[in-house]
Design a protein around this ligand. Structure first.
Ligand SMILES: [Zn+2]
Length: 113
């Protein structure tokens, strides 16, 4: 359910952009979603289609690029991709670290015509 407010925000930005560009319709919206967010692509797509109805964004293709998680170990500075819930550093065995990527969710680009 938490995809709803995020998708509302996306639609808002997309429509603002479309109006500024004086566009007839939005062709494609490219999103970047981090793997550490719990957002489900299908849910975003569902809300997008629902909220876009009757706007310039109706029928726009939604493209979601997934950003894999990257973590830097606090102990040895090694950067690694956590394997699911296993956040142990593969080099030194320390648990956890600083998240470098994977928590983002933003609009990369919007194509209008
Ligand atoms: Zn380490």
């Amino acid at each position: 359910m938490h995809e709803l407010p995020v998708t509302e925000q996306i639609i808002k930005v997309v429509l603002e952009h479309a109006r500024k560009a004086d566009a007839h319709r939005v062709v494609q919206v490219n999103l970047v979603i981090g793997d550490l967010t719990s957002f489900v692509d299908e849910s975003i797509q569902f809300y997008f289609d629902f909220l876009a109805r009757g706007t310039e964004a109706e029928g726009a293709a939604l493209h979601i690029r997934r950003m894999p998680a990257r973590v830097r170990c606090h102990a040895c500075q090694h950067e690694f991709a956590p394997d699911g819930v296993d956040w142990r550093c593969p080099r030194c065995g320390n648990l956890g670290g600083e998240v470098l990527s994977g928590r983002e969710s933003y609009i990369e680009s919007i194509e209008v015509e």
